[in-house]
Design a protein. Structure first.
Length: 425
């Protein structure tokens, strides 16, 4: 049974390569494994000599949610290497599958094999992503730039058609969110690779076809050379922050920064991109406020690991974005807060407003110094559920159409923008 499956899959892979698709999927059942002293092993599967690659990524998924451990090994230059554990995929968005991922590698393999720790129900899908062997090393001016409605300009970017040249990475219809916090990540791999177009394409494939998400999880990515890549884009709900994605923009700096320092070119683009996002969305970059989705008070420039203490969502104790990048986030925020373009943006000021009572039941009184203001009510998923406008300094707002829970209030007036937490009982 498995031999037939392997032949069919390799035939499809070769056809896919001719069509410039880079992936191969094998489907296993527990009957495709045999037991020995090492565990439950698949057959040793030969890698076709005709298929060359710049790097190879291996990932997998199972719809059976009973915890399964998966390992893989590869034959290189006639020698079987040590078994490598596939790590559990990032649970940055609720999912109906468990996922496994191995750090991509560049060595040429001759054969491969997997093993599991126990029998499983249903099927186990194992997927390869083979990046082209030819490397291009894109320049920073390879794409356009977003328009800006404030003094801080958007950096040039490699848009979706730039990193997905076959135009088969079609984005979905996004859910939008009102960003209040910028979240910094690292990819934990590809620190020294030089064909980042295919790295971004790999992450898109991993997130969509292995994780089962609707799109690449990040809003933006930045490679070590400073090139900015379009992900979900600004103001769209991402999948990157421990299932607490509402109200955030996710920016991934490609590379592993546990022990590697960040290239100054990447830091420059990170500052430029974060300044533009903060300016666009009236975020005081060096301040903190309640992030309503996580119920945590977070710095407006935060990191993935800052969600580890949340009691909601799916935090797993991540070390992202690496110790060396995490250590400089606060200083980056302070630097950006005194940037000339940021200081010249009047939206960064903080107007005052008050609400009473809080917690509230059916009625809320809003008071402000301003006689012209807008109040948006955002639920814990980062979705706007109500919006009010006023031409008076005080206004009573009915809340009886809203469910009990925690909400974020976004108050906007000519003096700027302010945030406050509201509990409805």
């Amino acid at each position: 049974m498995l031999k037939t499956l392997v032949i069919i899959s390799l035939s499809l892979f070769q056809f896919g390569l001719s069509a410039q698709k880079r992936t191969l999927e094998f489907t296993f059942s527990h009957a495709d494994f045999h037991a020995n002293k090492e565990g439950l092993l698949s057959q040793e599967l030969k890698w076709p000599d005709s298929i060359e690659y710049g790097f190879l990524g291996l990932s997998g998924y199972s719809l059976d949610l009973e915890v399964l451990k998966v390992e893989a090994r590869f034959s290189i230059k006639g020698q079987w290497q040590e078994w490598k554990k596939l790590e559990s995929g990032h649970n940055s968005e609720e999912s109906s599958r468990q996922t496994f991922v191995l750090e991509p590698f560049e060595e040429e393999i001759e054969a491969w094999q997997i093993k599991v720790d126990q029998p499983f129900k249903g099927t186990l899908a194992m997927r390869f992503f083979a990046a082209p062997a030819e490397k291009k090393n894109l320049g920073i001016n390879s794409g356009g730039a977003e328009t800006s409605t404030c003094a801080c300009p958007a950096p040039p970017q490699c848009n979706r058609s730039c990193w997905c040249p076959n135009n088969d990475c079609t984005p979905p219809v996004y859910s939008t969110t009102v960003p209040t916090h910028l979240i910094i990540h690292h990819s934990a791999g590809f620190t020294n690779y030089n064909d980042y177009q295919w790295v971004v394409n790999y992450y898109w494939d991993l997130h969509v076809n292995t994780n089962g998400w609707s799109d690449i999880g990040y809003n933006w990515l930045i490679d070590p050379n400073g090139v900015v890549y379009e992900g979900r884009g600004s103001g769209n709900l991402g999948a990157h922050f421990s299932c607490l994605n509402g109200g955030t923009i996710g920016i991934c700096v490609i590379g592993n920064y546990m022990t590697n320092t960040v290239n100054p070119l990447a830091l420059g683009s990170l500052k430029e991109l974060a300044l533009w996002e903060a300016c666009q969305h009236n975020i005081a970059i060096a301040d903190s406020s309640l992030h309503s989705t996580s119920n945590l008070v977070l710095k407006h420039l935060s990191a993935h690991r800052d969600a580890n203490s949340a009691t909601v969502g799916c935090p797993k104790g991540t070390s992202c974005p690496g110790d060396l990048l995490y250590a400089i986030i606060d200083s980056l925020a302070l630097d950006m807060s005194v940037s000339a373009c940021f200081l010249s943006s009047p939206e960064t000021s903080h107007p005052s407003f008050s609400i009473f009572p809080n917690p509230a039941f059916n009625l809320l009184k809003v008071s402000s110094e301003s006689t012209t203001w807008t109040l948006e009510i955002i639920n814990i998923k980062g979705q706007e559920v109500a919006s009010y406008q006023s031409s008076e300094s005080e206004k009573n707002i009915r809340l009886n159409h809203l469910a009990a829970g925690i909400y974020q209030l976004i108050f906007t007036c000519p003096k700027g923008i302010a945030f406050q937490k509201l509990q409805i009982k």
